[in-house]
Design a protein around this ligand. Structure first.
Ligand code: SF4
Ligand code: SF4
Ligand code: SF4
Length: 194
């Protein structure tokens, strides 16, 4: 019986793996590793996964269009739960997604103390690291979380940054590389703990 159950589990597992391979070969089978950037109030990953019914209301009410569904390739269990994409828009903490959520998967969020994540500069891509001047990200930040050091390189104040994504939207690298279809930015918001 035990051996039979083991065989059955093996068959089920093999079917799941085959299904995931069929979905693209790079699908993550299990829970998020914490890299998903959730809408405000969804930072408790366990709570969000337990309560989110994938109804899409948070995405549909977002006036900034920065909420999108997680794809199956990003996490099988999280597929169609909400994540933020700051290449589409930034979060102005209007709370519309929180108000629209019917299950409490998104809870009250205070932009002065809570964080979606924290901005991180990619020194390989940042224009300011190539000897040229660029202060676009600093000018875009509504929370005075960005400054420049003596070398002219952007510095993030991790205490002041709440991960709103406005600097990501503003980053000049997107413009400079638009000719090749690149959507890269030199600054991205990383989820907390990543
Ligand atoms: S708080 Fe407003 S802008 Fe931010 S993700 Fe929710 S609906 Fe969009
Ligand atoms: S509104 Fe709430 S339950 Fe619906 S998809 Fe968004 S987080 Fe999930
Ligand atoms: S994400 Fe960017 S714009 Fe928003 S608070 Fe952080 S550094 Fe400022």
């Amino acid at each position: 019986m035990e051996a039979h159950q083991t065989r059955r589990e093996f068959v089920v597992g093999a079917c799941c793996v085959a299904g995931l391979v069929a979905l693209g070969g790079v699908t993550k089978a299990y829970a998020s590793d914490g890299t998903l950037l959730r809408p405000p109030g969804g930072q408790d990953e366990e709570r969000l996964r337990a309560l989110c019914i994938k109804c899409d209301r948070c995405r549909s009410v977002c006036p900034q269009h920065c909420v999108e569904p997680v794809s199956v390739t990003e996490g099988f269990l999280e597929a169609r739960t909400p994540k933020l994409n700051f290449h589409r828009g930034y979060c102005d903490f209007c709370d519309k997604c929180i108000d629209a959520c019917p299950t409490g998967a998104l809870v009250a969020f205070n932009a002065e103390v809570d964080k979606i994540g924290v901005a991180v500069v990619d020194t390989e891509k940042c224009i300011a690291y190539s000897g040229r001047t660029c202060v676009v990200c600093q000018n875009s930040c509504p929370y005075e979380a960005l400054s420049f050091d003596e070398a002219g390189h952007p510095v993030i104040d991790e205490d002041a940054c709440n991960g709103c994504g406005e600097c990501v939207m503003a980053c000049n690298v997107n413009v400079n590389r638009a000719f090749d279809g690149s959507f890269e930015r030199a600054i991205e918001v990383h989820a907390m703990g990543v």
